[in-house]
Design a protein around this ligand. Structure first.
Ligand code: PAF
Length: 283
């Protein structure tokens, strides 16, 4: 595995790979790697001969009161994990090379970025769309793998790629879960062991939705309210949003129609830690 920190050198390598007719798959991360990230590498490997893996904690997607400065950065450990997962190139630029002094362009996402996470984290998705576009331009992938855990981010990236005619195929990777159903995330390390076990409530909510839909409950608002009540009754938990969306449009959905796909989106605070999760359902 070759480690590259200079964007120009990375772009040069990507150009040469393309000239040699290599298919490039990219996996973008902010480091603090876990099983979920490694599952993305596996999918990248299935879709491309060369896997480029990026690690960059992007300051432009953090709000002023968020955890940018304490975000975990175990670089040496990440290098070892990426290498053992079979990554070919690890691209780990510093902030100055990505956002030099005169940098001033930011992408502006539309309505999709203004709901759910967008309401609670203003500007977050514009920061994500900007860095993802820059990393696409630097790594020149044919395929890019993103986790379904960040379902709204995935929908926004699909929209971005389609709206800006980027010739990149986006692959969604299924959520990897811990034993109690908690979706793996770099931020799970902020949870105490008590909070960690309580955090299984998000997955219990998803399982509840599955049961209620299987029992032909059509009122999605009713199911969401039941899940909110479950979360409120769990110690130290506060629901931020629990909502169904139409999988195709990401528009909030209140009534389940036959033969359609919906996604349940959840954001829950446990103490000072925010967790998000989601589940996809076909009626
Ligand atoms: O999902 C993430 O880790 C980040 O939002 C991403 C896509 C790497 C952009 O910084």
């Amino acid at each position: 595995m070759q480690i590259i920190t200079d964007p120009v050198q990375m772009q040069d390598v990507a150009n040469k790979l393309r000239l040699n007719r290599q298919r490039i798959g990219v996996v973008m991360t902010m480091g603090a790697l876990h099983e979920g990230h490694l599952s993305l590498v596996k999918l990248a490997r299935e879709s491309a001969g060369t896997v480029i893996f990026t690690i960059f904690v992007n300051p432009r997607q953090f709000g002023p009161a968020e955890d940018l400065h304490r975000y975990p950065r175990p670089f040496e450990k990440d290098v070892a994990l990426a290498k053992s997962a079979g990554v070919d190139y690890l691209f780990a630029p510093d902030v100055e090379s990505i956002y030099p002094e005169l940098f001033q362009t930011t992408l502006s996402c539309g309505a999709l970025a203004e709901r759910f996470e967008g309401v609670l984290r203003p500007g977050h998705f514009n920061g994500v769309a900007t860095i993802v576009t820059k990393l696409f331009n630097i790594t020149k992938p044919h395929t890019a793998i993103f986790g379904e855990k960040d379902a709204q981010q995935l929908a926004i990236i699909r929209r971005l790629v389609s709206d800006l005619n980027m010739d990149i195929s986006i692959v969604a990777a299924p959520i990897v879960r811990e034993e109690n159903g908690l979706a793996v995330s770099s931020r799970n390390i902020y949870l105490s062991s008590q909070q960690h076990s309580t955090a299984g409530i998000l997955y219990q909510g998803i399982c509840h939705a599955e049961k209620r839909l299987a029992a032909q409950e059509k009122n999605l608002g009713t199911i969401a309210a039941e899940i909110e009540a479950m979360i409120i009754s769990a110690p130290g938990c506060r629901p931020e949003y629990v909502s169904f969306v139409d999988e195709a449009t990401f528009e909030p959905a209140e009534t389940a129609e036959a033969a359609k796909e919906y996604r349940l989106l959840l954001a829950v605070s446990i103490g000072s830690v925010r967790l998000i999760d989601n589940g996809k359902f076909r009626t």
